[in-house]
Design a binder for this molecule. Structure first.
Ligand code: SF4
Length: 439
């Protein structure tokens, strides 16, 4: 039997697809590169924005024709949308065979055996998470595409209830894997040839296994022999501790890159978002990070057009972006998610105004990114070679520890090697480098 998984959304979802592949391959299923060749099609979905859900619904419709051609084909919806909509998906799209929420993937074989069996009608087709789920999939071996970087989830769920976010409702309460279990997985990754790991969680800063916090875990991972670089995502500003930043500063292998979503520069809006920090708190964290880490890549997420965001609130966000000078920012228009508190707030910002605000911040950030990149020309840095550049077969690309991508034209370098380069150019947001030849 062959399976095909299509994944939408965040890196956690991509990791979850690797877990599902691990469960299926453990039971003898083989991967298929094309849905047309698969016996089982799985769509791992995202609910974070309305647009993401609409894309998935359209995509599901495109699989309907395959189901009509081959009635034995099984189609399953996984992930956050499966958890959020549950039975509604089966009612509205009867060609879908089953839905499984993010903490219930261990049931996938039971579901598949059921839909392949004689008792199809009585077999369960819906497995949703329990709110207090303790699932961490600690004993499941994810199936990864061989490469340089592997993603490793160290915790699941979120307790923060930011008012715009659906994650705590679909992924449940926070729970962490034990540090020992994470280290064992990373040792296996080294044996498989990975040299970089990115530790993943909705809010890694609140990692706690009963004995170790996230700073302890990072320091332990950095000691694993064969690992050259350690990254992590995502940090909540309220939980980013000085201890953690010191651990990053003290360990050469832990990359000086922090993705720190600010979301808004207005304390009033941050309160409405239930973020538990003020504009001043955020700026103090940035100052603390820059006191210990130099250079440091600082990136962020921003939501524009949150309900009640007035021009003055927005200007405060613009000013914060100008003041902090992030290396890059992902800017999103607020998208109401049914079931969240903010979806019931009044005072919606118009679609046109959201677009204007998004474009203003994107234009400003692009200028900042370009200017910061130009300042790097002439400087030396070490890249971890990831492979061929996306744009040219003759160029190689790698990342600085700050997460900036550097392209080295017309060269051949082995994947997974650390190489010292000099930055020789910056074109827009792309940096170009030259290999420093050592004697
Ligand atoms: S910290 Fe806030 S934005 Fe992030 S996953 Fe949790 S609730 Fe969502």
């Amino acid at each position: 039997m062959k399976y095909f998984i299509e994944t939408y959304g965040c890196q956690m979802n991509k990791y979850d697809s690797e877990l599902v592949a691990g469960i299926l391959e453990g039971a003898g299923y083989c991967p298929s590169l094309r849905p047309e060749d698969a016996d089982v099609i799985l769509v791992n979905t995202c609910s974070v924005r309305q647009h993401a859900e609409q894309r998935v619904l359209q995509r599901l419709n495109s699989f309907k024709a395959l189901k009509l051609e081959r009635p034995d084909l099984k189609i399953g919806v996984l992930g956050c949308m499966a958890q959020r909509l549950g039975e509604k998906i089966l009612v509205e799209k009867p060609f879908i065979d089953f839905v499984i929420g993010p903490d219930s993937y261990r049931n996938i074989l039971q579901v598949l055996n059921g839909v392949h069996s004689e008792q199809r009608e009585s077999s369960p087709k819906i497995f949703l998470n329990e709110y207090e789920s303790k699932e961490t999939y600690a004993d499941v071996c994810p199936v990864r595409v061989r490469g340089v970087n592997a993603w490793v989830a160290v915790m699941r769920g979120c307790n923060n209830y930011c008012t715009y976010c659906i994650v705590p409702y679909v992924r449940g309460r926070e729970r962490s894997r034990s540090a020992q279990n994470v280290i064992e997985e990373i040792r296996r990754l080294v044996d498989e040839g990975f040299v970089e790991v990115t530790l993943l969680g909705q809010n890694v800063n609140s990692y706690w296994d009963g004995e170790h916090d996230f700073a302890d875990l990072l320091a332990m991972v950095a000691k694993v022999e064969g690992i050259e670089r350690v990254r992590f995502a995502t940090s909540h500003p309220k939980d980013l501790s000085e201890k953690l930043v010191r651990v990053i500063a003290e360990n050469e292998k832990i990359c000086n890159h922090i993705h720190l979503p600010v979301q808004s520069g207005s304390t009033r809006i941050l309160q409405l978002m239930n973020r538990h920090y003020s504009r001043e708190d955020f700026l103090a964290k940035v100052e603390m990070i820059r006191k210990y880490l130099n250079p440091v890549g600082l990136t962020t997420d921003i939501i524009v057009g949150f309900p009640g965001e007035e021009e003055d609130d927005f200007r405060q966000t613009v000013e914060l972006v100008r003041e902090v000078e992030f290396d890059s920012a992902f800017v999103f228009k607020y998208s109401p998610r049914p079931g969240t508190r903010a979806a019931q707030f009044d005072d919606m910002v118009s679609a046109a105004e959201k677009t204007r605000r998004l474009e203003e911040i994107n234009t400003l950030q692009k200028e900042i990114t370009k200017s910061k990149n130009r300042q790097l020309i002439g400087q030396r840095g070490v890249i971890l070679v990831e492979g061929r550049s996306k744009k040219s077969e003759t160029d190689v690309m790698g990342r600085l520890e700050t997460n900036k991508i550097v392209v080295i034209p017309n060269t051949i370098l082995p994947k997974g090697k650390l190489v010292e380069v000099t930055i020789v150019g910056a074109d827009g947001v792309t940096l170009f480098g030259r290999v420093n030849h050592q004697n």
